[in-house]
Design a protein. Structure first.
Lengths: 549, 109
């Protein structure tokens, strides 16, 4: 039961990773054609952006020239991965209301980010979230830690996305797994290296618009089968689903409250520790636009999640009763293409092959856009934090820094492609738990304390942050999904798959205790510096007004 | 990251001395933390109901309906999050930003 829960609980996050045994499909020409149009458009965007990307500020933050609305779409794009469309709709399809509960947990971190973080991020940071963490602390050590946290999260998430991309493309386009991984990796390199943040942002915006439009069209077509009546939909869904009326309320998914709360903590606070999302706040000119961008993002994401939820319920009736979507035509058996293809089958059922092709292309575009954002965040951690700030003590030549960032991107691309190929067919569920666990337990506590607690010292940030990172890592290794699922032991050392409930409070505790016990002279200076940081956080006084467009 | 401005420390001290600054920070903290509290309280109450009294959410929306009470409650959580976010952003972008720019102007004067 616990294993089942673990798989289900994680499945939306790794939707693209789940169909491990996915068989290769015949070449889908509609999908490939539409995907080529998308790639062509994004390459044009990159070419346009490349001519505007000259300085480090352009590369890292698009010169701060993105508007709140545009950035809102881009943030929504970063967050709405292929996993949300495919995984969450499949979860609702399989489990009904439990999927909806999960969707809400995925969403509810956004208001918190708006209230507590958006304006301070913009006012205190420039290119990476390490700027804020190390604002008044020891540049070398705290930045190194923040870069380590960023890179760990970026690499785990990149592997998840790459493996997902390979599986999904094999399924949807009928391309070879390795070819797919290499294509994704190379396109990502082109966007990031030549177009920097500007290209990455516009690729993300394009994809967000396509995804929102595709999802909305799909839900409208599907709902027209029910005369746009939710009552009709509910009645038919209850009538045909194996669990009957149970799908209208909470079922077994969240039966274990500790795992449920731990999962939700990771989801809610993990958002605020994902470096590629945090970076988006530096692309707008001021705190006002930063706030607007999260408001737009919150609206888009919430809307999209509701759409996904309705898609899941309509699919229960439309896909769930049609034998052509099941292996050997056996209703209730294995689904063709694996359990995460529900939205795709629905697209075919209501919109035919052309619409299926469109949605497949959108799903591919989604993965491309998300990996580009991740690669850019990772490259910035290497070039801005490690190279320019730690190694060169802030005196790096800008040209050289840009070169380092591009070399870093290539290295990340190589790592992503090779790990993507290496992990083909592996169960990488734990990587998702790890990504969100580390984001919520290492990056988030240090970041929020740096913003809000004057007592934070370098020692506190380092000890607390590392405690969060190591404990999240250790708990995931000892969890059922790794200790039993990957390493093959009989009994897990730690009964829960989600570490956040334990590792996050531990990180906060160590941050506070280590800071309080820090009696060094440097610590006193750091505490004293909070007063000026506070003025800047509140008023934006001295914040870079970078805007070169 | 240091600020290039030579009188930065002096300016910051001036800002802190301004009574409007204290007002701004108090108002902002009050709004931001209470809204966060509201959102988290709503969400975690919901999770507790899901975990401990799921039957409540199974109740039919109205007599004879196949829709459950859980549906509008879930949608309401998302709608409320929108409204509260919009409220904060509106207040911050109008009232707080005006106050903040007044403070900065008075400081430079």
């Amino acid at each position: 039961m616990k294993r089942l829960f673990a798989l289900l609980a994680l499945s939306p996050l790794l939707a693209n990773a789940a169909p491990i045994t996915a068989e290769k499909q015949p070449l889908n020409l509609h999908a490939i054609g539409m995907f080529f149009i998308f790639v062509l458009a994004t390459l044009l965007i990159t070419w346009w952006a490349a001519r505007r990307t000259r300085s480090a500020a352009d590369f890292y933050s698009a010169g701060g020239g993105i508007t709140g609305f545009q950035n809102g779409l881009a943030i929504a794009g970063d967050y709405m991965s292929a996993a949300t469309l495919l995984g969450l709709s499949s979860l609702v399809f399989a489990k009904g209301y439990d999927g909806f509960v999960y969707i809400i947990g995925f969403f509810v971190g956004w208001p918190i980010v708006t209230f507590l973080m958006a304006e301070r991020l913009r006012n205190l940071g420039r290119y990476t979230f390490a700027d804020i963490v190390s604002y008044r602390l020891d540049q070398t050590r705290v930045r190194s830690f923040a870069a380590l946290g960023s890179l760990t999260v970026v690499c785990c998430y990149l592997v998840v996305q790459m493996v997902g991309a390979g599986q999904l493309i094999k399924l949807l386009f009928g391309l070879d797994y390795r070819t797919a991984v290499v294509v994704v990796g190379l396109l990502m390199l082109v966007y990031v290296i030549f177009g920097g943040m500007l290209a990455t942002t516009w690729v993300q915006i394009t994809k967000a618009v396509l995804l929102l439009a595709g999802g909305t069209t799909l839900v409208l077509m599907a709902m027209s089968r029910f005369d746009f009546s939710f009552e009709t939909l509910a009645a038919q869904a209850v009538a045909v689903h194996a669990s009957g009326v149970q799908i209208m309320g909470p079922g077994t998914l969240l039966a274990d409250p500790i795992n449920a709360v731990s999962l939700s903590l990771g989801l809610v606070f993990g958002i605020a520790g994902l470096p590629h999302i945090l970076m988006r706040f530096f692309t707008v000119p001021n705190a006002k636009e930063a706030r607007k961008s999260v408001l737009f993002a919150t609206v888009f994401i919430g809307f999209f999640f509701l759409v996904v939820c309705v898609l899941g319920y309509t699919a229960i009736v439309i896909v769930g009763t049609d034998p052509q979507y099941y292996v050997d035509g056996k209703l209730g058996g294995a689904m063709i293409g694996g359990g995460n293809m529900v939205a795709m089958h629905l697209a075919k059922a209501v919109g035919g092959n052309l619409f299926l092709g469109f949605l497949s292309a959108v799903a591919f575009a989604t993965i491309l856009a998300v990996v580009s954002g991740l690669a850019l965040a990772g490259a910035s951690a290497i070039s801005h934090d490690l190279y320019a700030s730690v190694l060169k003590k802030g005196k790096a030549d800008e040209k050289k820094e840009m070169r380092v960032s591009r070399i870093a991107t290539v290295c990340l691309g190589i790592v992503a492609i090779s790990l993507g190929i290496l992990f083909e067919g592996q169960n990488i569920a734990f990587l998702v738990g790890l990504t969100f666990g580390i984001a919520a337990s290492a990056n988030f506590p240090v970041l929020i304390m740096a913003m809000y607690w004057g007592g934070l010292t370098t020692r506190g940030a380092l000890y607390g942050g590392l405690t969060g990172l190591v404990s999240a890592l250790a708990l995931v290794i000892c969890s059922p999904s790794v200790w039993v699922g990957v390493l093959g032991h009989a009994q897990a050392l730690f009964p829960y798959d989600q570490p956040a409930l334990f590792s996050m409070p531990l990180a906060f505790l160590v941050i506070v205790v280590a800071s309080k016990l820090d009696r060094s002279e440097r610590a006193d200076r750091e505490r004293a510096a909070y007063a000026d940081q506070f003025v800047r956080a509140q008023t934006g006084l001295g914040a870079s007004m970078a805007s070169s467009h | 990251m240091t600020t290039d401005h030579p009188n930065h420390a002096h300016t910051c001290a001036q800002v802190r001395a301004n009574p409007k600054f204290k007002h701004l920070t108090r108002q902002r903290a009050l709004l931001a933390w209470s809204l966060s509290g509201v959102v988290l309280a709503i969400y975690y109450s919901f999770i507790m109901v899901v975990a401990f009294v799921p039957a409540w959410l199974h109740l039919p929306l109205y007599d004879g309906s196949h829709l459950s009470l859980g549906m509008p409650i879930g949608v309401t959580i998302i709608l409320l999050s929108w409204l509260l976010t919009a409220w904060y952003v509106h207040t911050a972008n109008t009232r707080f930003d005006v106050l903040s720019s007044q403070i900065l102007q008075e400081t430079h004067a």
